[in-house]
Each structure stands twice: as C-alpha cells, then as structure tokens.
Write a protein that binds this ligand. Structure first.
Ligand SMILES: C[S@@+](CC[C@H](N)C(=O)[O-])C[C@H]1O[C@@H](n2cnc3c(N)ncnc32)[C@H](O)[C@@H]1O
Length: 265
C-alpha cells in the first residue's frame, strides 16, 4: 500500500498528500484498522493560510465529526482542525518554553490559538499569570473551554481580538515574558513585544520562518532578521540572543525557527 504523509490530531487523521480516491480510502481504512482510536480521516486540500492560519479539509472516511480532544504532555485541547490552527508538531516547543518559566512571572501570548502554549505553561508553572490574545472567535471559544478543561481559569486571562489593537491599550511596560508564535507577523510583533516588557527587561520567544541551505542556523542570519525588525530607536535595552532552534521544516529548506531573546538594561 502507498504510504502518504499524515498527522494525527486527537481522533482525526489528516492526510497531507493528495492521491487518487481509491488510494486515499485504502490508506484511511488501513490506518483506522491499525489505530482503532482514529474515528475520522480527512485530506488537507490546501496549505494553512490567512490571518487565522486555518486549512481546507475534505472528508475521506469515518465519522463526519471534526471536533476532537488532542492530548499532549498531560494537557487536553478540544478543537476543530478545520476552523482553528493546531499543530502537534509544536508540542516539544511548548514544553521547552513551559520549562523556562519561573514563579510569579506575568506572561503575554500575542497569538494564542486554542490555548496550547498558554495552557502548557500554566500546567507546568501554576504560580504565574498568562494573558492570551486571539483574533479567531472560534479559537477563542475553544481556548475558553480548554482553560476550563485543564483547570487553569485562575491564571489565564483571555482577550478575543486583534493583538495589535489590544496590546498598546493594556500591556505596555507590564510583562516579564512574551510569546510570539506567529512567524507571519514576526517583524510587526517584535517591536511591540519589546514595549511590553516591564522596565525594558524580560524574555521574548520569537518565531520566524527562513530559507536554510543546511540543517544549521547561522547566528548572522538571526542577527540580520532582528536588525530588519527593529529600528535603533525601538531598542533602548541591551538584547542578547539566548537560544535558536529549528522547530520544524514547513517546506524543503524552509524552517520554522524559535529564537529566545533576553532584554536587559
Ligand atoms: C500559528 S497560529 C498559533 C496558535 C497557537 N499559539 C498554537 O501554537 O496552536 C497563530 C494564531 O494567531 C491568531 N492571530 C493572527 N493574527 C492575530 C492578531 N492580529 N491578533 C491576535 N491573534 C491573531 C490566528 O488566528 C492563529 O490562531
């Protein structure tokens, strides 16, 4: 049987490579037989796109219900992969960041989706507070349910709307750690994130995409990208690049990269 690229979100298997219908159905049957927890198989017919980072899916086999609960590192995320962004391939990155958070930190997640970064942090470090912003109303509704499902209501505040409108009114000079999990807005979000840091000091988890010719990331590339996003005036603090790593490959030679920045006076 032909093997096809796929990912699994909860009880839904998403085939990520097109083929003729018989091949798709045979593949779906085989997977459902082998992994009995898979209840639905769909085909992703277009890349993740638009401001809300959603995708098009076509039904192949099983139940038509596209709402599912995905479990990851002891957290549960209810979502519908047609209406909301979610990627199991970010699970390690979520845990990596969650492990860095200290007690009493105030965190701001610009682009929270259904809540996985915020909830992973809240579960790991219950003595912090996380402000989570999301523009997609459906993702926002799922995030509210997920915060309840994972019992983090006391330490996660949800704001439904545009981060670039909400943040300048509410979060300037008040945050210890900022999460920017949207490479598409990497340049616009970094200067605003810096303005949010309390006293100009704190940590920013920046995400970008970049063409890479090898598996390694050049420090000079990271520096160039920072310079492109920040004017000299927007940088009153000192900036240190603490860490950078490939999160995943999103196309041949196109890497989704995490960069940890530390700012201090
Ligand atoms: C790449 S997804 C990441 C979501 C989540 N952090 C995760 O890892 O699953 C980016 C999210 O940002 C949201 N978004 C895009 N532009 C936004 C904006 N201006 N303000 C708030 N949220 C925004 C999208 O709807 C999407 O849910």
């Amino acid at each position: 049987m032909k093997s096809l690229a796929f990912e699994i979100i909860g009880e839904i298997l998403i085939i990520r490579e097109s083929a003729d219908d018989k091949i798709l159905k045979d593949f779906a049957k085989e997977k459902m037989k082998k992994h009995t927890y898979i209840k639905t198989v769909v085909l992703q017919t277009a890349k993740v796109q638009g401001q809300e980072r959603t995708r098009e899916l076509r039904y192949i086999l099983g139940s038509q219900n596209l709402e599912t609960i995905h479990s990851e590192y002891g957290c549960q995320y209810l979502l519908n992969p047609l209406d909301t962004f979610f990627s199991p391939r970010l699970s390690f990155e979520r845990q990596r960041i969650a492990c860095l958070v200290n007690e009493d930190e105030v965190i701001l997640n610009f682009f929270a989706g259904v809540g996985p970064f915020s909830i992973a942090i809240a579960r790991k470090q219950p003595k912090c507070f996380i402000n989570s912003i999301e523009i997609n109303q459906k993702s926002c509704r799922y995030m509210k349910k997920n915060v309840e499902l994972n019992k983090c209501e006391d330490i996660i505040a949800i704001y439904c709307g545009d981060a670039f409108e909400i943040i300048p009114q509410k979060f300037l000079n008040s945050i210890d750690r900022v999460l920017l999990p949207l490479p598409m807005e990497s340049e616009r979000s970094l200067p605003l994130a810096i303005k949010c840091l309390k006293g100009g000091e704190g940590t920013i988890h920046w995400q970008i995409t970049e063409h890479l010719d090898s598996k390694d990331i050049e420090l000079t590339m990271v520096e160039k990208r920072i310079c492109k996003s920040l004017s000299k005036e927007s940088l009153e603090s000192k900036l240190k690049i603490e860490e950078y790593r490939v999160i995943r490959w999103i196309a041949p030679r196109i890497a989704h990269i995490a960069i940890d920045l530390k700012l201090f006076k």
